[in-house]
Design a protein around this ligand. Structure first.
Ligand SMILES: *Cc1c(COP(=O)(O)O)cnc(C)c1O
Length: 370
């Protein structure tokens, strides 16, 4: 039987083995491990590509958010609005800055829902943190308007959205700043954890450069309490190598999404994410292909039995559903989405034949049900 993995971790290394070993030899021979030239080069390339004023390599995307919040002065008693269909990391970064994470609904496209942002605003609200989920940017015109009306800051959880655009502006560049994740299964992954801060504010960016390195400035002076969260120079060298082909990677991912449409359109029991060519104002980069499906759990098991790997994002739970963390919110639209959503494999290892095979199996599943 054919086997289609949800994500093939070896594919990060095996096809590029020779180049990657050369990079390892070069960097290691120079002894260039912490805050060296390769990292600076990668930061500049990411800043130039996204149009962010600053790009700062850090340990992971969760730290990136945390450092943004700390550097820009989120405080105890502040409330921060985020969409509950996100990774726990969005909320935990808010929490550890001292502020209160306030979850709101996801809309039809699974991104933060505009009306529920408005309803959640109180006199203590300080910021909105949209998650640019699945590599799609939320409607930033609307969010910027709300932020301006209520004097709120915008931070983006753009961990999944490097290269995604809304009206020609890149994810992570709409507000104070955003995070990008280089976790191995992200669109551009490294060999472990890694992340970068995108930031448009000179002062905040300067402070983040201190915060990620124990509070030290270039002279070695320490004027603020800091952390240790630096993107490894070696990882940055690997990432810079992968980044050279990044636009090609995006167009291949968008093509795979088009193929899913070709084969899955017309199945009544499922709902597809927005089509890549549906909206001339957006470039979605398809970190994930998240569909909604009737009898989702049974479909998951059926595909698993037929050796097709799928995934329930966040283990199938929205952030506010982790009641032990103190949430008591009811977000029925998000809960419905979480009960119905499933990620189909979308990575550069799968081809049209795989997609046709996956689609046939989904059709077979629903044919049996009827
Ligand atoms: C992956 C991810 C994160 C966390 O990224 P790390 O680099 O693993 O810290 C945060 N938010 C979202 C939406 C993610 O997908």
């Amino acid at each position: 039987m054919r086997e289609i993995k949800f994500f093939d971790y070896q594919s990060l290394f095996v096809p590029y083995k020779k180049d990657l070993l050369n990079i390892f030899e070069d960097v290691a021979s120079r002894g260039a491990f912490i805050l060296q030239e390769d990292l600076r080069k990668f930061e500049i390339n990411i800043a130039n590509y996204t149009g962010a004023k600053h790009a700062i390599g850090v340990g992971n995307a969760t730290d990136a958010l945390q450092l943004l919040f700390n550097a820009n002065g989120l405080n105890r008693g502040d409330e921060v609005i985020f969409c509950s269909h996100t990774m726990i990391a969005t909320a935990s970064a808010i929490k550890f800055s001292g502020a209160t994470p306030v979850p709101v609904e996801a809309g039809k496209d699974h991104l933060i829902e505009i009306e529920s942002i408005k309803k959640a605003i109180t006199k203590n609200t300080k910021a909105i943190v949209p998650t640019q989920l699945n590599g799609r940017v939320a409607n930033m015109d609307e969010i910027i308007k709300i932020a301006n009306d209520h004097n709120l800051d915008i931070y983006e959880d753009s961990a999944q959205a490097l290269g995604a655009k809304f009206k020609n502006k890149f994810a992570g560049t709409f507000g104070v700043g955003g995070c990008i994740s280089f976790y191995p299964a992200k669109i551009i992954g490294c060999f472990g954890d890694g992340g970068i801060v995108l930031c448009n504010d000179d002062e905040v960016a300067y402070k983040i450069r201190l915060l990620r390195d124990h509070g030290r400035d270039n002279s070695g002076n320490i004027s603020i309490w800091g952390y240790n969260s630096r993107l490894d120079n070696l990882q940055a060298a690997f990432l810079d190598f992968f980044f050279k082909k990044y636009d090609d990677v995006i167009s291949r991912r968008r093509n795979i999404a088009r193929l899913y449409y070709k084969y899955l359109e017309g199945i009544q029991e499922i709902l597809l994410p927005p089509h890549p060519d549906e909206d001339e104002f957006r470039r979605d980069v398809f970190q994930n292909f998240e569909i909604e499906a009737n009898q989702r759990d049974e479909l998951y098991n059926y595909l698993k039995k037929n050796k097709i790997g799928t995934l329930l994002q966040w283990g199938g739970k929205a952030v506010h559903e982790f009641r032990d963390l103190g949430f008591n919110h009811s977000l029925p639209n998000t809960e419905r989405i979480m009960r119905r959503s499933i990620l189909l494999p979308l990575n550069l290892s799968i081809n049209e034949e795989d997609i046709s095979y996956i689609s046939k199996n989904i059709k077979k599943f629903y044919a049996k049900k009827n």
